[in-house]
Design a protein around this ligand. Structure first.
Ligand code: FAD
Ligand code: DHB
Length: 399
């Protein structure tokens, strides 16, 4: 059960106020709790909404370790799939990226939906404070010594005084938006297409993921379990899911897959269907006095490299470690270097996600780019060095 946080007009205190109950905010709250640091999480949406949101599915080894450290890995260790490699298909050719032999570790396939549910269950079982449906959340006075956050709940106003504010409220949140424009630099790159994703209770086409560069556009066959598929096709960003009845989606997916996968494809009704735009975005720095940004609040990557969730989790762990060093040992340096150290990792992931997107997606009317894509894909298929670059970036670690 959620602890009652405060009555109208009353000012309560927390060491850290966390805005947003996505993976970054929830993991940060859990890691701080385990270190004896108290937090209040303010989330705009309902618990039901947050727990049902379908998003990413591939976890780097570092993410799995962090979920173990946070003591939320029980269900993941039981239900997740371990993948030693994945396939990149490109018309006439195909190559398997052997993650274990090239980069020394596999990835784990486990839905972000499940991680969110596991983290919320863990926070609430430890009497953690999560205020769902918190409206008009505003971080205030974070450039001084007494930051505070105000919000409304059930028509009443509330205020929390704190030492630090963590902005984990995604790309459209309030935290980054309240930073003065002159204090922040924004770097952005968009492409004119998105991914149409379908979740279905149908068996995956194979044991491992297939990223396919089809002549008609990109497609990805992923999964959540041996009985549940998550599949995507590249579509114009202006399309809406209503334009894509199930039959049209499956027909288009089949056309973009290599022959063996197309023949193995089993279709069924969609359980969820949505379109995600593809863009790269980085805000620098990630710290403004007592306000720290983490996860999608600070950066977005196109989903092709499966990096968004993994970056969010890494930021949360870095911030947790810096705050723990501050509270336990009075150290300021980890807080001071938080932004710089995160941004190194972030730009590595931005680069890989941008590169993998450019390699596998269709850029309309651009025959030159298409030829370069095929030449590079043939090179990756032939070269252990090039495949190693892909594998190391995909697992987020250099061997
Ligand atoms: P989020 O998960 O966005 O969580 C932020 C939370 O803050 C949300 O719960 C939100 O409701 C809350 N919030 C927002 N504003 C406020 C406010 N004003 N006050 C209080 N709370 C607020 N990545 C992949 O790797 N592969 C994928 O296939 C993939 N698919 C995606 C599909 C979609 C539609 C989106 C949006 C993202 C996808 N991503 C994917 C990216 C990945 O899911 C994110 O990188 C990850 O969710 C980031 O976690 P986060 O905690 O930083 O942010
Ligand atoms: C999934 C999403 C990705 O962005 C990706 O690169 C791989 C898998 C997924 O939803 O399963």
């Amino acid at each position: 059960m959620t602890r009652r946080v405060c009555d109208a007009g009353e000012v309560v205190r927390a060491q850290v106020v966390i805005i947003g109950a996505g993976p970054a905010g929830l993991l940060l709250s859990q890691l701080l709790h385990l270190a004896g640091i108290d937090t209040i999480v303010l989330e705009r949406r309902s618990r039901t909404y947050v727990e049902a949101r379908v998003r990413a599915g591939v976890l780097e080894p570092g993410t799995v370790e962090l979920l173990k450290r946070a003591e939320v890995s029980q269900r993941m260790e039981r239900d997740a799939l371990t993948h030693d490699g994945f396939r990149i298909a490109f018309g006439s050719g195909s190559t398997r990226i052997d993650l274990r032999s090239l980069a020394g570790a596999p990835v784990t396939v486990y839905g972000q939906t499940e991680i969110t549910q596991d983290l919320i269950a863990a926070r609430l079982s430890l009497n953690g404070a999560i205020v769902f449906e918190a409206e008009e959340v505003v971080p205030l006075d974070f450039s001084g010594a007494k930051p505070r956050v105000t919000y409304r709940k059930d028509g009443r106003s509330h205020e929390i005084a704190c030492d630090f504010i963590a902005g984990c409220d995604g790309s459209h949140g309030v935290s980054r938006a309240c930073v003065p424009a002159e204090a922040i630099s924004l770097y952005e790159h968009a492409v004119p297409f998105g991914w149409l994703g379908v979740l279905s209770d149908t068996p995956p086409v194979g044991h491992e993921l297939i990223y396919s560069r089809g002549e008609r556009g990109f497609a990805l066959c992923s999964m959540r379990s041996p009985a549940r598929s998550r599949t995507y096709v590249q579509v114009p960003v202006s399309d809406s899911p209503e334009q894509w009845p199930d039959q049209r989606f499956w027909d288009e997916l089949r056309r973009r897959l290599p022959k063996d996968a197309a023949e193995a494809l089993i279709t069924g009704p969609s359980l969820e269907k949505s379109i995600a735009p593809l863009r790269s975005f980085v805000a620098e720095p990630m710290r403004f006095g007592g306000l720290f940004l983490a996860g999608d609040a600070a950066h977005i990557v196109p989903p092709t490299g499966a990096k968004g969730l993994n970056l969010a989790v890494s930021d949360a762990a870095s911030l947790a470690d810096a705050l723990i060093a501050h509270y336990r040992h009075g150290e300021r340096r980890p807080l001071d270097t938080y932004s710089e150290s995160c941004l190194k990792r972030v730009w590595r992931a931005v680069r890989f996600s941008w590169w993998f997107t450019g390699l596998t997606h269709r850029f309309d009317e651009d025959a030159f780019t298409a030829k370069l894509q095929l030449a590079e894909l043939e090179y990756i298929a032939a070269s252990r060095a090039a495949s190693t670059m892909v594998a190391e970036n995909y697992i987020g670690r250099v061997k």
